[in-house]
Write a protein that binds this ligand. Sequence first.
Ligand code: CAA
Length: 380
Amino acid sequence: MDFGLTEEHLMIRDAARDFARTELLPGVIERDTHQKFPTEQVKKMGELGFLGMMADPQYGGGGMDTISYVLVMEELSKIDASASVIVSVNNSLVCWGLDTYGTDAQKEKYLTKLTTGESIGAFCLSEPEAGSDATSQKTTAIDKGDHYVLNGTKNWITNGGSADFYLVIAQTDKEKKHKGINAFIVEKNWDGFEVGVKEDKLGIRGSDTHSLIFNDVKVPKENRIGEDGFGFKFAMKTLSGGRIGIAAQALGIASGAYELARDYSKVRKAFGTEICNHQAIAFKLADMHTNITAARHMVMKSAWDKDQGRNYDMSGAMAKLYASQVAMDVTVEAVQVHGGNGYVKEYHVERLMRDAKITQIYEGTSEIQKIVISRGLLKD
Ligand code: CAA
């Protein structure tokens, strides 16, 4: 057993840390307040290779391991969880899905642009009546020979307005239930495709979350991913890896809030001394750090499982379940340590507290993670 990181891991982590401090921190409050998408920052992250980290270098990817990816996710999320969710969706849902299951032609046409940040991707599974119950897809794709005709609505889609390419899950044969579901690559400028309303959110306000409307959109058959009927498994497999990325995001939100609370407690004085000298505050820091360390071990273990070719459905679900709860607990305590200052935007912890909540909801709620974990436990 080796808990050490390699030189390459440390280099990529430090590059992400520097980028977050110099490029994401300035303007993060303004972007959150005005729900402004970090266009310039995303472009730079593409140049740095953060958008297609694990994808095949033949298609512009970094060819890196999942450990590198979670290290980057943690560092970006300490400062700006809106930027990190853009990175997470593009890397683990879109690029990984295409890299693993796409054809050479699909990779050449789409993946090469997605890995470099020339284009951004979105993953479109959720619907008004198919959130947790993902098999209940109402969006249909009717087979017309050389193409499908897509109709329906998707909801709460990250990168919904800013993406160029969309991986869309739809029902092609209702009778076959989840075995009659397929995944398609859809381009933004195709006739009948419309970006709907932008959501006004509690947190991760710099990322753009939209509904999407498909009205008789013609999708060429070569844009279907995998064999006919593979769409639901494609979504599940992709989300299993996505959950490791969101677990790392939750870890980053928690560690960012902890570091702010620790530093504040060393300068803020009350009753004649720095507040870290009061046991009430020191014990909060001890609890935060202990829980963050446990979450980090779980996130790293799930990333390692994936890199070793081991099953990571359960370890990823456990990492997300635990790290997202730690993110909630730690950010609430970080606001408490800051007292009145914690409640104002300038001190950053209130934003991290708002951002933390979504990690218990997207890419499968905490309740869904418990379904995945318990089924995994009981299946043999
Ligand atoms: N890998 C491969 N196959 C899998 C799988 C996995 N991880 N999980 C399930 N499957 C397969 C099953 O083996 C089964 O196949 P067979 O019939 O051939 O055996 C099939 O899929 C159906 O599985 P279930 O019977 O378990 O299906 P279910 O209806 O009970 O649902 C669920 C399972 C885990 C609850 C699933 O619906 C789920 O994950 N729901 C949550 C969806 C979700 O995470 N949404 C997030 C939206 S995306 C997002 O948030 C992105 C963003 O923008 C940030």
